[in-house]
Design a protein around this ligand. Structure first.
Ligand SMILES: *Cc1c(COP(=O)(O)O)cnc(C)c1O
Length: 241
């Protein structure tokens, strides 16, 4: 069952909180994109959010995203902007470049080249965000900060894809104040790259903040918050977890 009313109300509530957090950080709310993370939820959930004026949607698996995108495409307009926020295996770069408007999980030079070649062939122009593994968590995806300048350079050399910013998934804590230093660190990493010569417009976006900590992320400079649970509710746990 999809409760369209509560999805619409949740989106309204999140937008209000984004507005307040933007005000606290001295920025217009229009500088912050709300990405509704629809992973594990159905196309009907996406339709309910679309009907409430939501445009940007996040998926963490290429195949699941492609399936939902095809279902929604059959409806006609309005159409979502799809963001890939989960790990991208290089053998799926071609599929991802065809459908996703933005790929937040870029973490190697090889992946940049594959996405760009696929985008050029498909005639698309995906936005690229480089995922930083700031905590050095071996279980997590993302690039080590020391490897990021080389990835930035390869992304600046793209013909079709466009470098837009950085993304982080910090170590889990239910307390946003524990997570805040990681948000600050991503902003500082960006500022350092810009000071070293990367065009600021290529690193304008900071994708950081989820349901429980997006307000702290905005206060630290986030321009893209990825919110799932607070919009669609608790995700069903996969079997065996
Ligand atoms: C699932 C997911 C989110 C959304 O998390 P919620 O806590 O449900 O808001 C954000 N970012 C990434 C990378 C995710 O995988």
């Amino acid at each position: 069952m999809t409760d369209s009313l509560s999805i619409a109300q949740n989106i309204e509530d999140i937008r209000r909180r984004i507005h307040a957090a933007a005000e606290r950080s001295g920025r217009p709310a229009s500088s912050i994109t709300l990405i509704a993370v629809s992973k594990t939820f159905s196309a009907d959930h996406v339709r309910a959010a679309l009907a409430a004026g939501q445009v940007d949607f996040g998926e963490n698996k290429v195949q699941e995203g492609l399936g939902k995108a095809a279902e929604i495409a059959a409806d006609g307009s309005p159409q979502p902007r799809w963001h890939l926020i989960g790990h991208l295996q290089s053998n799926k770069a071609k599929k991802a470049a065809a459908v996703f408007s933005a790929i937040h999980s870029v973490d190697s030079v090889d992946l940049v080249r594959r996405i760009d070649a696929a985008a050029a062939a498909a005639g698309t122009a995906p936005d690229l965000l480089i995922q930083a593994d700031l905590a050095g968590e071996s279980t997590k995806f993302g690039a080590n900060p020391s490897g990021i300048p080389a990835i930035v350079q390869s992304a600046l050399d793209c013909r079709a894809a466009r470098l837009r910013g950085l993304m982080v998934v910090p170590p889990w804590s239910d307390n946003p104040e524990d997570v805040r230093p990681w948000f600050r660190r991503l902003r500082e990493l960006r500022d350092g790259l810009v000071a070293a010569g990367t065009p600021a417009s290529s690193l304008a976006e900071l994708s950081m903040g989820m349901s429980h900590d997006f307000e702290a992320a905005i206060e630290e400079g986030s321009t893209m918050v990825r919110v799932g649970t607070a919009i669609f509710g608790k995700r069903p746990k996969p079997p065996g977890v």
